[in-house]
Design a protein around this ligand. Structure first.
Ligand SMILES: Nc1ncnc2c1ncn2[C@@H]1O[C@H](COP(=O)(O)OP(=O)(O)O)[C@@H](O)[C@H]1O
Ligand SMILES: [Mg+2]
Length: 255
């Protein structure tokens, strides 16, 4: 048991395997990376959220007492991330310290580490300091205001920042950091043909279904020109996933 615990401390990939994930090379790289700032440009279904949860749990278990913040574009996505964190901790079993305190979107471990999933609203997230790790899932859809509000929380602690996202046009901080953010970032790009779990035939059918423009953005991770297809986007995403709330839940446009 002690030997396994030590091995886990040395290699977070073992923690991933415990939760049923045999990491792809990019996931293993990110789990072992000590880069201050990492930027993962990933297609849909690459494993962004699963990886976010793993990095968070690894940090909390192995570098206590760590304050780990998880940020997503909206509360619903934060809740989903939090559920994955809980599942990852459960899979770690007695190799993780027990949870001593827990509320809707946060928990504290017996080793003093805390994991907090932030609701995607700027007003409610100010005030954390000494942050060891900030993970931003679907970062291209997080507002610039929110990003500017959370960045200073890492300043004093010298904490680590990890952005994971599918691109969303040539705009916003995610695009800016990826294309012009300078050498201070570890950058990794993962397209759908590189993900072993995505069936090439399914991908070819998907391309026919959603068309070239969407395919390039969602599966080839290209920062395609933003155009006026906002409604087209929502329609497409509703068709391909249940990640996006319906625009017309009661037959009426939500303002
Ligand atoms: N390395 C892996 N091995 C097995 N399953 C994986 C791996 N990475 C991710 N998955 C699974 O693939 C699915 C998509 O992962 P998810 O993290 O939701 O993708 P994303 O957030 O990028 O859309 C999930 O069921 C997840 O558990
Ligand atoms: Mg996800």
């Amino acid at each position: 048991m002690l030997a396994e615990s030590l091995a886990l401390a040395l290699d977070p990939v073992l923690l991933a395997r415990r939760s049923g994930i045999d990491p792809d090379p990019w996931q293993a790289q990110l789990l072992r990376s000590r880069a201050r700032q990492s930027l993962l440009l990933c297609c849909r279904q690459a494993g962004k959220s699963a990886t976010s949860a793993l990095i968070a749990v690894d940090e909390a278990i192995h570098r206590p007492p760590a304050l780990v913040l998880l940020l997503a574009p909206a509360l619903r996505q934060s809740q989903e991330l939090y559920r994955r964190v809980r599942a990852t901790l459960a899979a770690a079993g007695d190799l993780a310290p027990p949870v001593i305190e827990e509320s809707a979107l946060r928990l504290e471990l017996a080793n003093g580490s805390r994991i907090v999933a932030l609701p995607g609203k700027e007003a409610t997230i100010r005030g954390y300091s000494n942050v060891a790790l900030l993970v931003v899932d679907e970062a291209a859809r997080v507002s610039d205001d929110l990003y500017q509000a959370v960045r200073p929380m890492l300043a004093v602690s010298g904490g680590r920042l990890v952005l994971l996202s599918t691109p969303f046009g040539k705009r916003g901080f995610f695009h800016h950091e990826y294309t012009e953010g300078g050498p201070g970032w570890e950058r990794v790009k993962i397209t759908a043909p590189e993900v072993p779990r995505i069936d090439p035939q399914w991908l070819a059918e998907e391309r026919n279904r959603i068309g070239d423009w969407w395919y390039r953005q969602e599966y080839l991770c290209e920062f395609v020109e933003t155009d006026d297809q906002v409604f087209g986007y929502e329609e497409i995403m509703r068709a391909v996933s249940n990640d996006v709330q319906p625009l017309f839940p009661n037959g009426r446009l939500v303002a």
